[in-house]
Design a protein around this ligand. Structure first.
Ligand SMILES: CC(C)(COP(=O)(O)OP(=O)(O)OC[C@H]1O[C@@H](n2cnc3c(N)ncnc32)[C@H](O)[C@@H]1OP(=O)(O)O)[C@@H](O)C(=O)NCCC(=O)NCCS
Length: 193
């Protein structure tokens, strides 16, 4: 996929929030949830200790992605306040195999309001419709009940447990194929008829 298309990803209106390309000036809001150890205990990166950590993360992890052949991440922005409250994005993409892996994180004040289930559904659509991928993968820690529910609600199929070096444990891995996605889309359309 062309560099320009990886940078200029679409913005999606999801009702109470938008999914829009991440920006450098998101680092202050990222610091707020990224310095919360309850949030990061489920993630592969440690809680930020200084604002500088969040700045580095936005630059080196997120904004550098198109240069590495990966689309820019989507930030979740609360429409009522304009605050950036999380990300839902593909941290790994293989355009040859047409596969990707999704990751997500949300500010603790916004948990259990259905935000990530909805954001994840939209990013899956982005993966199939815009990036033209064939399979989306996802993994979670067994103890991460919230993440497991988001995955279940988005119709992922369990594949197998895989060893994760960072957590030094086996993690359940799931996938959703483009065919699954098209079937779900069709059945949703029939429900609304
Ligand atoms: C996991 C996470 C993204 C969930 O986001 P969310 O917006 O709260 O998820 P939703 O509101 O869409 O929740 C989906 C379901 O899970 C439930 N749920 C959410 N968090 C939960 C928790 N901590 N414990 C138990 N259930 C939880 C919700 O109540 C909802 O239940 P329902 O199926 O009955 O409707 C969020 O908790 C988070 O950012 N956690 C820290 C980072 C993280 O774990 N990232 C994922 C790494 S794999």
């Amino acid at each position: 996929m062309k560099y320009e298309a990886l940078v200029h990803i679409p913005t999606y209106d999801c009702g109470s929030f938008i999914l829009r390309p991440i920006r450098f000036d998101d680092y202050e809001d990222m610091f707020e949830y990224g310095s919360d150890q309850t949030v990061t205990s489920f993630l592969s990166w440690p809680a930020y200790r200084m604002l500088e950590d969040a700045k580095k993360s936005v630059e080196q992890v997120f904004l550098s992605r198109p240069k590495r052949g990966i689309p820019l991440a989507h930030a979740i922005e609360d429409k009522a306040t304009g605050k950036m409250i999380g990300t839902c994005d593909f941290h790994t993409v293989d355009f040859h195999q047409k596969t990707c892996e999704i990751g997500f994180v949300l500010h603790r004040d916004y948990w259990s309001k259905g935000i990530m289930s909805q954001a994840c559904a939209q990013i899956i659509r982005f993966g199939f419709d815009y990036l033209k991928l064939e399979t989306v993968f996802v993994k979670h820690l067994e103890r991460n009940v919230g993440s497991k529910r988001v995955i279940e609600k988005n119709h992922f199929r369990y594949v197998k447990h895989v060893y994760d070096k960072h957590f030094n444990e086996m993690l359940p891995c799931y996938e959703i194929s483009k065919d699954d996605y098209l079937l779900i889309k069709e059945s949703d359309m029939n429900k609304h008829d």
